[in-house]
Design a protein around this ligand. Structure first.
Ligand code: ADP
Ligand code: ZN
Ligand code: MG
Length: 469
């Protein structure tokens, strides 16, 4: 039996207004190439960097949320490599004193240990066009956090889930959009395969994966490949690989620099500064409720385990749920059910996000409450959801269309008698104890009430009328 061992290096773009070490606007998405640049991020001689306080604070938020150990000093290092989109020929990064060390993230009843997280600047972008290479340095110098896990993940799915949880966490912390489509969350994955019980095998690193799906696919491919190599009695060669989306295969990239090649040394233009303990305390106090804390709160409210987990790690949904909960109109589990099943089903069908609709948490909670109080049937409530997305009011719709449950027994009894007369064979079967035939009769009555009767009441009245039960 073979098993995989996976460790991730995640790059997260920080949502600061300005870049990591200069005053250029960091939000360059969609901007003309080379318009968000200045002497500092262009690496012009004599230009001096200044550390962005907010970027440091964002890094601290993540470190504290993960329970990492934060050093007393902020120290930057230069990491050297030569690449056309790296104007200074070094990247300002952190080395032996990262912003956070240790800590963990809960996942599936375990904790995935974090090795370190540090601040660094991004490089620019090379665009290869018709045999020429163009440079866009808008991204150069924008603030990143790199987060490195211990090799604690076991399957491609777990790796994907971990990334989604990091995404949810940093979105909750408000420090990064972490949108892979915009390159704001990128991952390098490290993976080795070993016989169960044996020491760690030789790993390969697959660079620059920019979607959850490619992380999963690249790992699946690579685990299969390494397992075959080991089965043949051969050794896995250490390598840096790329992943080709089209073929779904990994391929060898440049040979990776060894640590010594980077010639790390302390950044002389950014002398170490103290990280005041009272600042750290302030940041700690300002942390919002974290996803795993949310999960525990939802469970304490009686929301099913699985639902609580899904909701807690979906920041937009949980914000919506929290507002709906705070009104106290409907029960937590009913809100969770309607949110996860009916509302999400409808939104997915239409390819919409919750924020793209005009549905307020309040209107949603009032709809669920109408159903919970038995004033409308679930079918009616579901039928109203599309109009609620357009900003309509649930009670007003129910009133205007007379959608309240038909609870008038007299009216229902008349419809029951009609149904029995219209379907004598089904009625006879039920009299003979074939209760399966009852569904057809219930359906007939429900149609007559346009779904506004409670099916249980209709069943009961039908059985009474047929002298059964
Ligand atoms: P390197 O010095 O080669 O970059 P690190 O120790 O910094 O290696 O680890 C880089 C990443 O690789 C981490 O996420 C770590 O968890 C992971 N890793 C380390 N050893 C292994 C292994 N044998 N198999 C899978 N992943 C590993
Ligand atoms: Zn700049
Ligand atoms: Mg490394």
């Amino acid at each position: 039996m073979y098993e995989a061992v996976i460790g991730l290096e995640v790059h997260l773009h920080l949502k600061t207004r300005t870049k990591a070490f200069c005053g250029c606007e960091a939000d360059y998405f969609g901007a003309e190439p080379n318009t968000h640049t200045c002497p500092v991020c262009l690496g012009l001689p004599g230009a001096l960097p200044v550390a962005n306080r907010l970027a440091v604070e964002y890094g601290l938020r993540l470190a504290l949320a993960l329970g990492a150990e934060v050093p007393g000093r902020l120290v930057f290092h230069r990491k050297h490599y030569f690449y056309p989109d790296l104007p200074k020929n070094y990247q300002i990064s952190q080395y032996d004193l990262p912003l956070g060390r240790g800590g963990s993230l809960p996942l599936g009843g375990r904790r995935v240990r974090i090795k370190r997280l540090h601040l660094e600047e991004d490089a620019g972008k090379s665009l290869h066009l018709e045999g020429r290479t163009l440079l866009d340095l808008n991204r150069a110098g924008s603030p990143l956090i790199e987060l490195v896990t211990e090799p604690d993940l076991k399957t491609p799915e777990e790796a994907r889930l971990f990334l989604q949880r990091i995404q949810a966490l940093v979105q909750t912390l408000g420090i990064s959009d972490a949108s892979p489509e915009e390159g704001k969350l990128r991952a390098d994955v490290n993976v080795s395969v070993r016989r169960v019980g044996e020491p760690l095998g030789t790993k390969v690193e697959i660079k620059n994966l920019n979607s959850f799906k490619s992380v999963q696919r690249a790992l699946e491919y690579e685990i299969r490949r390494q397992t075959e190599v080991l089965r043949r009695g051969e050794r896995v060669k250490q390598a840096t690989l790329g992943f080709e989306e089209g073929s779904g295969k990994t391929y060898p990239m440049r040979t990776k620099e060894e640590e010594a090649d980077y010639r790390y040394f302390p950044e002389p233009d950014l002398p170490p500064v103290a990280i005041p303990r009272d600042w750290l305390e302030e940041v700690r106090q300002s942390l919002p409720e974290l996803p795993w804390e949310k999960e525990a709160r939802y469970r304490a409210l009686g929301i099913k385990e699985k639902d609580a987990e899904v909701l807690a790690y979906a920041p937009a949904l949980s914000r919506f749920l929290d507002e709906a909960l705070s009104l106290g109109l409907a029960s937590p589990q009913a809100l969770a059910n309607w949110l996860l099943a009916d509302l999400m089903g409808l939104l997915n069908e239409r390819g919409l996000g919750l924020e793209a609709t005009r549905l307020s948490p309040e209107a949603f909670a009032r709809l669920v409450a109408l159903f919970e109080r038995g004033e409308v049937t679930s079918r009616v409530a579901k039928g109203l959801l599309p109009e609620l997305l357009e900003g309509q009011d649930p009670e007003a719709l129910v009133r205007a269309r007379g959608l309240r449950v038909v609870a008038d027994e007299g009216a229902l009894k008349a419809l029951v008698a009609e149904a029995i007369a219209a379907m004598p064979e089904a009625a006879e079967s039920v009299r003979q104890g074939k209760l399966k035939a009852l569904d057809a009769l219930v359906g007939q009555v429900m149609r007559k009430t346009k779904g506004q009767a409670k099916p249980e009441a209709v069943r009961r009245l039908l059985l009474e009328a047929l002298g059964v039960g």
